[in-house]
Design a protein around this ligand. Structure first.
Ligand code: PLP
Length: 395
């Protein structure tokens, strides 16, 4: 007779996501969603309220200092678009610092909103340039807003949001920072960077599930935008007014994502806050790069401009290398990596964020080694890429 023993197969584990969000979350964050919350109920509203308090604290700012936070349904893109839709007047003009897909997405948003804009581009491997920004702002007084991306997740390049903010502030323009893939891990000093609007979302460094974005902003700057909003659902002032009136989202809130987020904030505290999280991501990243180099892969970016959030690797020069085959093999091993997203080089990306640890990186590296061997890929040194000059593009 067959008896139940304790050597039953382990419970199926999800594949580990080495992606920049959605990412691998803890079991307890997922479990926090196993509830039905009433969207108008006072207990749920109290959770929303505490999340808003905790986000301000996480940002190192307070209402007394003039900051406010607005949660908004939807992914991070909705939060960025909401800032433009709410705050740029009809006669305003936005300068977008772009060195990747997220800067380009901002330009798309502005085109759709028919808001005047200029792009100040650098190569995908080069950080946004404060000196070029200084020149552009001096040359064009009609620019009212400057928008920058902190960690450009397209490559992992880190932009100098402090220097860019100082220049923007000196010229008296409003400063918008997409800190989607950095807030909660990388240090951000709102006052020193002169940030007026910062956007991030639930499913990046806070390590929760997708469902909403949040905007931390200077309340006076937000409120001075009364009457501008071009969109009903993306109107941040109306959204804030809703929270202040009855503690509620204006429209159906992402209830489960809110419950998960409260748990994720607890776990960020338990880990030791953003500094400890930054340290873990840094260890993950360094372990990854050392291991990948040992396997013959080369990071796309120079270490000086590389963040610990996500790393782009150049395709091996072996013409036999096929990303989709490589990806599927790694998936069979239980690891999901990320395709490249840039135009200037063939790359794939590996994220260091989410509920993943050094041991997971070692396991991924072992799977990559095995995959390379199985596929017989020759991994060798590709030729380095030329860096493009910073290019100003006024159109
Ligand atoms: C993830 C991300 C976004 C938002 O993307 P969504 O898919 O809408 O969540 C925006 N900017 C950056 C830098 C990001 O990493």
């Amino acid at each position: 007779m067959k008896t139940e023993t304790n050597n039953a197969p382990p419970p199926a584990r999800d594949k580990l996501l080495f992606t920049p969000g959605p990412l691998t979350t803890s079991h307890s964050v997922k479990a926090a969603m196993l509830h039905d919350a009433g969207s108008w109920h006072f207990e749920f509203n109290a959770v929303v309220d505490s999340i808003r308090e905790r986000l301000l604290k996480l940002g190192g700012v307070s209402r007394e200092q003039g900051y406010e936070v607005v949660l908004l349904q939807g992914s991070g893109t909705f939060g960025v678009e909401a800032v433009f839709q709410t705050c740029v007047p009809n006669d305003g003009k936005v300068l977008v610092l772009s060195n990747g897909a997220y800067g380009e997405r901002m330009i798309q948003m502005l085109k759709h909103a028919r808001i005047a804009h200029v792009a100040l581009r650098t190569g995908e491997d080069a950080p946004s340039d404060p000196a070029a920004l200084d020149q552009a702002l001096a040359a064009d007084p009609s620019i009212s807003h400057v928008a920058a991306v902190h960690c450009e997740t397209t490559t992992g390049v880190l932009n100098p949001i402090d220097e860019l903010g100082i220049v923007t502030h000196r010229h008296g323009r409003t400063y918008i920072v997409d800190a989607m893939s950095s807030f909660g891990a990388l240090p951000i000093d709102f006052a020193a960077c002169h940030i007026d609007f910062l956007i991030s979302s639930a499913n990046k460094c806070i390590e929760s599930v997708p469902g909403f974005s949040f905007v931390i902003c200077r309340r006076d700057v937000l409120m001075s935008s009364q009457g501008i909003a071009r969109s009903l659902s993306l109107d941040l002032i109306a959204q804030l007014t809703g929270f202040e009136k009855n503690g509620q989202f204006r429209y159906t809130p992402p209830t489960h994502a809110i419950l998960a987020f409260a748990q994720a904030l607890d776990e960020l505290d338990t880990e030791g806050g953003p500094a400890a999280r930054n340290a873990r991501y840094t260890r993950n990243h360094e372990t990854l790069v050392t291991g990948m180099r040992a396997l013959g892969f080369h990071p796309y970016l120079k270490p000086a401009v590389q963040s610990c959030i996500i790393t782009s690797f150049l395709f091996p020069t072996d013409p036999e290398f096929d990303f989709n085959t490589f990806y599927r093999r790694l998936s069979d091993h239980g690891y999901l990596i990320y395709p490249g997203k840039i135009s200037q080089a063939d790359t794939f990306r590996i994220g260091s964020i989410g509920r993943i640890f050094e041991a997971d990186i070692h396991a991924l590296l072992a799977a990559i080694q095995q995959t390379v061997n199985e596929l017989g890929i020759l991994v060798e040194t590709p030729t380095p890429l030329p860096t493009r000059e910073a290019e100003a593009n006024f159109n």
